[in-house]
Structure formats: C-alpha cells, structure tokens
Design a protein around this ligand. Structure first.
Ligand code: KG4
Ligand code: ZN
Length: 334
C-alpha cells in the first residue's frame, strides 16, 4: 500500500511516499527555519503562508522522486493536529482536495503518533509494546505504546515543552533559533556541572515535567550576573541547562518504563535529536536491561515519512476521514 503523506503542523512543509508503513520511497522536507530565525521563533501567520506557497512543489517532488504519479497512490494521509491551526489547515485542505479529486481514502494522522512511528521506520524489528519519550517544540509526553494503535499518556509537561525551553534559553543567551542545536553546540565546550539548575518532578507520581522553572532559573542567573557586572560563560550555562533537561527527561522515562513493566524504550520528536539525551537514555536503558531505539535526527524533527507510517497503522484500524475533517490545534493523544 503506497501512501502519500502530508505534514504542515509547524514550520516544515513536508510530503512523503511510504510503502507498507516502513518503506520510505521519498521524504521531502521544506523547512522554514531561515525565515523564522530572524524573529527568534515561529511566526504562525508566516508559517501558514509559506506552507501555501510550498506545498504543491513538495508533493510533486515526493511523487516524482519515487517515479510515481497520483494514479499509483492508494491513499492520502495528513496531520490534522496538534499544531498551529493555520499551518495545519493548509495540509488538511490540500489532502482533502486530493482525496476528493482522486477518489482515494483520506487518513487523518495525529502528529505525536507520527513522531512515535518514526521508530518503526528506523528499525523494522522494533515493535510495541514500549515506552516512548516524545519531546519536541510543542510537546513533552511519555507514552506507553501498547500496540500499533493503543496509546496511553503516562506523563506530560505542566507548562513549557522541552524544545520550547531550549528555544527560549537559546534566545536569552543570544544563540539563535532553533535553540536545541544551538545549545547542544555551545554546550560542547562547557561544563555540565558548572551550575546546578533545578530539576522538577510534577504530578502524583512525580513523572510529569515542568520546564518553565529551569528556564526562569537560567534567565535569573544571567540577570544576576549582569547586575553584578560579571562575565557569563555561555558554554557553561548551555551545558548546565542541557544537563538539567537531559537528567529530568531520561530519569522520568526510565521510571515510567519500570512502572509499566515493558522491555523496550524509544525516543521521538525534535529534541530526540539531542546527542547527549540520546547517549544518556541509551546508557540508562542498558544499565536497567531495556532495549533502546531512536530514529536518526532527520526522522526526529518534523517530516512526512513518519506521518505515512502512522497512517498505515491508522488505516488498518479503520481510521478514515470524510470531507468534514478539520484541523485541531489541541488534538489530545488517545
Ligand atoms: O518535532 P519538531 O521538529 O517540531 C515540533 O513538533 O515541535 O521539534 C522542534 C524542536 C525545537 O524546539 C528545537 O529546538 C528542538 O526540537 N530540537 C532540539 C535539537 N534539534 C531540534 N532540541 C535539543 N537538541 C537538539 N539537537
Ligand atoms: Zn513535531
């Protein structure tokens, strides 16, 4: 089954052709990062307009790269939430138009499920059940993936997402957008133990996250130093902030996996491209006897292939949308 998958939930216009869930024939990503960089973050209205400008070309490239035409496609899949509503609507409207014109089924895909499914593409032997940390610019969830279509959210953030914290701290340090890669690079020359930023455990069992406190702690640290006329070591601040986030994400993930009694652990989402996080979770997984899986960075950040993979399993579960499909900015994970 060949699925043409469309993703436009944030600042990447992406389309892919994926065969039988995990065979990625093409994965075209047009990122808007260079445009949003100058504003220090994603500007929703600009994102929507750029999706409109780019989506046709991205879909054409996804098809032509696989030497296919619309006739060869069995279904159209699209991310319908969560995300920026105007951005989502571009993908949803395009997918609805294609589905109607071609007479092919329309498969609605949850963005976070897409991130999780990137693990199946990366490693075809990796199968549920497992516990997955999904950390991106908009989400920080720990999810128990019981089977291909049964998800239980075990923990989430009470305020900022992990990626959002990277982006905000990077802005305060003057390191630019997106913050994750910039902080990771600056941190390479810093000491992760230089400053002890707070680690916060929220919720009844302490599995939930809060990143707004660590972000504020970094801002206060910088302001205090400025007021005293002291020089800030940006590399040390970046490394210590990253260490605090990696520490919290990895320990909550391992604790959740232990609680569920699963044997496997996975990572997903843009923050999962963070090399120290990948290393730490891999080390802790090994130490606790868990199998560890993580997609390559190109499948961690937003892309169409992960949506095509999730769509394959959603279709098998009977998830087909009609022409009334709408974008849902805060679509819950169920
Ligand atoms: O999954 P994604 O592409 O988009 C959303 O669904 O949000 O994630 C983007 C987020 C940004 O906040 C970015 O700073 C973060 O992922 N990110 C990273 C790294 N690469 C991207 N965070 C930490 N380390 C990285 N290397
Ligand atoms: Zn994403």
């Amino acid at each position: 089954m060949k699925i043409l998958a469309i993703e436009s939930s944030c600042d990447e216009t992406a389309a892919a052709v994926v065969e039988d869930g995990i065979n990625v024939l093409t994965n075209i990503i047009n990122t808007q990062i260079d445009t949003h960089k100058r504003y220090g973050g994603v500007v929703p209205e600009i994102a929507s307009r750029m999706h409109i400008e780019n989506i046709t070309e991205v879909i054409d490239k996804a098809l032509s790269g696989a030497e296919l035409t619309f006739d060869d496609i069995d279904a159209i899949a699209v991310t319908y939430g969560p995300g920026l509503v105007g951005a989502l609507l571009v993908g949803v409207s395009t997918a609805k138009g294609l589905s109607f014109a071609l007479g092919k089924p329309l498969i609605p895909v949850h963005h976070i499920k897409g991130h999780i499914c990137a693990n199946y593409i990366a490693n075809p032997d990796f199968k549920p059940p497992f516990v997955c940390l999904v950390a991106s610019g908009g989400h920080s969830h720990i999810v128990h993936v019981k089977d291909y279509n049964t998800y239980e959210v075990l923990a989430k953030t009470c305020d900022d997402a992990a990626g959002e914290a990277f982006d905000k701290v990077s802005r305060v340090l003057g390191l630019g957008y997106p913050g994750g890669p910039a902080i990771q690079k600056a941190a390479e020359k810093g000491n992760p133990d230089a400053i002890r930023f707070p680690r916060v455990n929220m919720g009844e069992e302490g599995f939930d996250f809060s990143f707004s406190g660590v972000k504020t702690a970094v801002i206060n640290y910088i302001h205090n130093a400025e007021q005293k006329g002291e020089e800030i070591n940006k590399a040390d601040v970046a490394a210590s902030f990253q260490e605090a986030v990696v520490d919290v994400l990895s320990s909550h993930l391992i604790d959740c996996a232990k609680k569920c009694g699963v044997k496997k652990i996975a990572l997903a989402g843009g923050v999962a491209s963070n090399a120290p996080l990948r290393r730490r979770v891999e080390e802790k997984s090994k130490a606790n006897g868990f199998e560890f899986n993580c997609p390559p960075p190109i499948l961690c950040t937003d892309n169409g292939a992960m949506i095509g993979c999730a769509a394959y399993y959603a279709y098998q579960n009977g998830e087909i949308a009609g022409s009334d499909l709408n974008a849902e900015a805060s679509l819950p994970l169920k």
